[in-house]
Design a binder for this molecule. Structure first.
Ligand code: BG6
Length: 481
């Protein structure tokens, strides 16, 4: 029995249709949702880009990217064919008038229209206003924009303004793909669908929280973008911030876009500025020639960080005194994203010889191997007397899934939410602004004080000072991998 809930028929226009993200994520995600029957053959996907291409040529392009990035091996041929039949193409140069009337003639006014902007942020405003002026969009349309949503506060505010000139906030879907990950939603279920954790969810019972997003890949091939950005802008301002919000937020009164996002904004607004003393920055270095960060960045003098770790305080009643340690970096030992909630030690230990037995730890794994583990202490089984041992309650989401159901990629879920008109898992304008308001002074302080990144070895756990950052508080990072 399929558990897929079908969405209404839609026309989705994909700007930047031949770009990397479209190829790797957007088109394969649409295919997978079509394959499971979430939308019908009535829907249409219209590629738009500057390339001079026929509809047929674009369909071949889509067929190729499905072969490369989706699970066509398990799909029957007719399914691929039927999907390709939904595909159309218009040649549009966003900066000129050409092509908009053709696009407008293809739109069906009674059908939900989604405009997916997989293009550089510099084009968001122009495309939005041309969509409106050419009559392609209407009050029911949705517009989807990808990160980076600005590179600082003024640029993010300017982007908000440009989009709001042509669309209302309830039509704008700012993607942070971390919010589409299965475990991220499970985090909300864990906190707000169980009565077990919430009474303990505060500084009174939680010693600290760690949020780690470690990647094993470097930045080779995208050095030009990355070197302008760095880990703070590329990962912390958006993805890690979203994870922190979901851990730290107050329970919303319902699971609605407004209620959830109101609570998230309050967390961001409660973040204290982070001084340089509470930050470690790093650049990777390799034993292989030409494989250092500086080589990949194409800039021998770059001061951009490929790793950052920081100690963050959420200044409110719930969290005063419980630090949040964040860390993310490229070229680390393994690709691991996890949140560690470390509960306080029992206030008084009645057993002898219990050194090393700490409070409970809740580990929420985002990738790989999504799941939640609660580390507990039990009596060491057997006749050895009252000795303590670690035991874990382990929930792997792969085990709880219906075996025939493949797990959805974050983009699949998010795109279907756009069609449904559900903004819960998207960033609201004020949320992005609040995140930049917090990020900007930190980055500015680095520049003012010439706070240079230290180095760390490819395949390791990050720079030495990131270890000191937490050790000096008498705590340890959970090992990466
Ligand atoms: C992107 C960043 O937003 O997220 C990349 O720009 C990063 O630098 C990627 O590699 C990580 O996403 P995921 O889903 O692979 O953890």
């Amino acid at each position: 029995v399929s558990r897929v809930i079908p969405v209404s028929t839609f026309d989705l226009v994909l700007f930047g249709a031949t770009g990397d993200l479209a190829r790797r994520k957007v088109l394969p995600s649409l295919f997978h949702r079509f394959q499971v029957g979430q939308f019908s053959e009535e829907s249409r996907i219209i590629g738009a880009s500057r390339s001079d291409m026929s509809k047929q040529a674009f369909r071949s392009f889509v067929a190729k990217c499905l072969e490369e990035f989706s699970d066509t091996a398990s799909a029957d041929e007719s399914c691929v064919k039927r999907f390709l039949n939904l595909i159309d193409y218009v040649q549009i140069d966003a900066s000129t008038e050409t092509g908009w009337d053709v696009l407008s003639s293809k739109m069906r006014p009674q059908i939900i229209s989604v405009f997916y902007l997989s293009v550089a942020p510099g084009l968001f405003g122009t495309i939005a206003s041309r969509l409106r002026a050419s009559g392609c969009s209407n009050r029911e349309s949705r517009i989807v924009v990808e990160k980076p949503f600005g590179h600082d506060l003024p640029s993010a505010q300017a982007l908000n303004k440009e989009l709001l000139n042509s669309f209302e906030e309830d039509q704008i879907y700012r993607i942070d793909h971390y919010l589409g990950k299965e475990t991220v939603q499970n985090l909300m279920a864990l906190r707000f669908a169980n009565s077990l954790f919430e009474p303990l969810w505060s500084a009174a019972h939680i010693d600290h929280v760690q949020i780690t997003v470690a990647e094993d890949m470097g930045i080779a091939g995208r050095g030009e973008y990355y070197d302008q950005s760095g880990a703070m802008r590329d990962m912390v301002q958006n993805h890690l911030m979203q994870l922190l919000c979901l851990i730290a937020m107050e329970p919303p009164s319902k699971f609605s876009a407004t209620a959830v996002r109101n609570e998230k904004v309050k967390v961001i607004q409660a973040l204290e500025p982070v001084s340089n003393a509470n930050i470690a920055r790093g650049q990777y270095v390799s034993s292989m020639p030409g494989e250092d960060y500086l080589d990949h960045a194409g800039n021998p003098h770059s001061q951009t960080e490929s790793f950052v770790a920081m100690k963050v305080q959420v200044a409110n009643w719930r969290w005063a005194g419980t630090p949040f340690y964040l860390r993310t970096g490229k070229c680390l030992r393994e690709r691991v994203s996890e949140i560690v909630v470390q509960f306080r030690d029992p206030p008084h230990m009645i057993f002898d010889g219990t050194e090393g037995h700490k409070g409970n730890t809740l580990v929420i794994r985002l990738q790989p191997d999504e799941g939640i583990t609660l580390h507990t202490t039990i009596k060491d089984p057997g006749p050895g007397g009252m000795r303590l041992a670690d035991a874990s309650l382990d929930m792997s989401f792969a085990d709880t899934r219906v075996p025939t159901e493949r797990s959805q990629d974050a983009y699949e879920r998010l795109i279907m939410d756009v069609v449904r008109g559900d903004q819960t898992l998207f960033m609201r304008g004020d949320e992005v602004v609040a995140a930049w308001e917090w990020t900007d002074p930190t980055i500015e302080a680095w520049q003012e004080k010439r706070f240079a990144p230290s180095t760390y070895d490819v395949g390791g756990s990050g720079p030495e000072d990131s270890l000191l950052l937490i050790h000096r508080d008498g705590r340890r990072w959970r090992p990466i991998g």
